[in-house]
Ligand binder design. Structure first.
Ligand code: KG4
Ligand code: ZN
Length: 349
C-alpha cells in the first residue's frame, strides 16, 4: 500500500510516500519525502505567526506534491491512500493539509485518514527493519510536548507523566534565545555544547523526586540568572566562547539528566524493558548516548528514528496512516481538525 503523508500542523510543510511493500528497504519504506521549513518566514517576528504559516502551507503544498511524485517516480494514480495531520496544532495550518489531502483523496477516489501528530512521532521509530515490539515506554519530547507514555499497541496509550509547564524542546529554544542562538534552539545548543564542560555549572533538575511529571520553567529561570551573572556569556565583544560552550553543555546535561532519570523510573513503574524516544528533542545525541549507558545498567534498551524522522515530517504521518488504514480505519468526507487532542482519545487498533 502506497500512502501519501501530509504534515502541516505548524511551520513545516512535509510530504512523503510510504510504501508498505518497501518496509525492509534501507530507506524505512519511504519512496521519497520533501520538507519545506518556514523558519526564515517567522524569524522576522520571533515566533510562528499562525496566519502566515497557513498561507505559506497553501503556497507550497501543490508544488511540493509534484516534486514528491517526480522524486518517487510515480503518478498520482498510483497512490492508494492519503494520511494528513488532523491535530494537535495550529487550526489554520492543520486545515490546509487536511483540505488538500481530503480533496485529493476524493478526486482520486481513495481513502483518507486524519492522524494525531504525536502518534506520528511515537510510531516513527517503528519504521523499517527490526522495529521495537509493543509494549514499550515512549518518551515524546518535542517543541510542544513532553510526555511519558506506556504504549501497549497502536492507539493503546496510557499517560504516565507530562510537563506541567514548558515542553523540553521549548526549554531548549528559550535557553538558545538567551544565548543569542537562532531558532530552533535544540540543534544550536547541542552544537555549542560539543566543546563545553557539562559539569562547569550546576543547574536544577526540577521535580526529580516527584512522580513522572516534568517541569522546565524553573530551569529556564536558572539559565537566565546564570547568563546574567556570568561574565563572557553574552554575544557582544566581551563574549568568551568557552564560557558559552560550558553554559550550553551544563544546560543540555541538566535537561538530559532529568529526562533520563524519569525514563528509568517510568520503565520500572510500567515493568517494561524497552524505551522508544521520539519528537524533535530525540534527535539530541547526548540524550541518546546517556540513555544507552543508563538503560544498559537496568537491562533495558532504547530505540529511536534517524534524526530526519525525529523532527516534523510527512513520513511519520504516512506511516501512522498506513497502520490505521490497514486495520480498516478511514475518515468520511467531513474534514474536522482538532487543535487540542489528548492521545488517550485515539481509537485502538
Ligand atoms: O517534533 P518537532 O520537530 O516539532 C514539534 O512537534 O514541536 O520538535 C521541535 C523541537 C524544537 O524545540 C527543537 O529545538 C527541538 O525539537 N530539537 C532539538 C534537537 N533537534 C530539534 N532539541 C535538542 N537537540 C536536538 N538535536
Ligand atoms: Zn512534532
Amino acid at each position: 500500500m502506497k500512502v501519501l503523508g501530509l504534515e502541516t500542523s505548524c511551520d513545516e510543510t512535509g510530504l512523503a510516500i510510504f510504501d508498505s511493500e518497501q518496509i525492509n528497504s534501507s530507506n524505512h519504506g519511504l519512496l521519497g519525502q520533501v520538507l519545506y521549513s518556514q523558519i526564515e518566514l517567522h524569524a522576522l517576528y520571533g515566533g510562528v505567526v499562525p496566519e502566515l504559516a497557513s498561507r505559506d502551507h497553501i503556497r507550497k503544498l501543490v508544488p511540493l506534491f509534484h516534486e514528491l511524485l517526480e522524486q518517487c517516480n510515480i503518478s498520482k494514480d498510483e497512490i492508494d491512500a492519503i494520511a494528513y495531520t488532523k491535530g494537535p496544532g495550529l487550526i489554520g495550518a492543520l486545515m490546509t493539509g487536511a483540505l488538500f489531502g481530503r480533496s485529493l483523496a476524493y478526486g482520486l477516489d481513495i481513502p483518507a485518514i486524519g492522524i494525531h501528530h504525536m502518534e506520528g512521532h511515537l510510531l516513527a521509530p517503528l519504521m523499517g527493519v527490526n522495529p521495537p515490539a509493543f509494549p514499550f515506554v515512549s518518551l515524546l519530547v518535542s517543541g510542544g510536548h513532553t510526555l511519558l507514555i506506556a504504549a501497549r499497541g497502536v492507539g493503546k496509550y496510557e499517560i504516565l507523566g507530562e510537563s506541567i509547564d514548558d515542553a523540553a524542546g521549548e526549554c531548549f529554544d528559550k535557553a538558545a534565545k538567551m544565548l543569542g542562538l537562532a531558532y530552533p534552539g535544540g540543534p544550536n545548543i547541542a552544537k555549542l555544547a560539543e566543546t563545553g564542560d557539562a559539569d562547569a555549572y550546576s543547574l536544577p533538575r526540577p521535580m526529580l523526586h516527584r512522580g513522572l511529571d516534568f517541569s522546565f520553567s524553573g530551569m529556564k529561570t536558572a539559565v537566565h540568572n546564570l547568563i546574567k551573572d556570568t561574565p563572557g556569556s553574552g554575544v557582544g565583544s566581551a563574549s568568551d566562547p568557552q564560557v558559552r560552550a560550558d553554559i550550553a553543555a551544563s544546560f543540555q546535561h541538566a535537561v538530559v539528566d532529568t529526562l533520563v532519570k524519569k525514563c528509568v523510573k517510568a520503565l520500572k513503574q510500567a515493568d517494561m524493558s524497552r524505551l522508544v524516544i521520539a519528537g524533535g528533542v530525540s534527535a539530541n545525541s547526548h540524550l541518546r548516548t546517556t540513555l544507552e549507558t543508563e538503560l544498559a545498567k537496568i537491562n533495558a534498551t532504547v530505540h529511536y528514528a534517524p534524526p530526519a524522522l525525529c523532527t516534523d515530517n510527512g513520513a511519520m504521518i504516512a506511516y501512522a496512516g498506513y497502520q490505521r488504514l490497514q486495520a480498516g480505519q478511514a475518515d468520511d468526507l467531513a474534514v474536522s481538525c482538532v487543535p487540542r487532542w489528548p492521545m488517550t482519545e485515539l481509537p485502538a487498533l
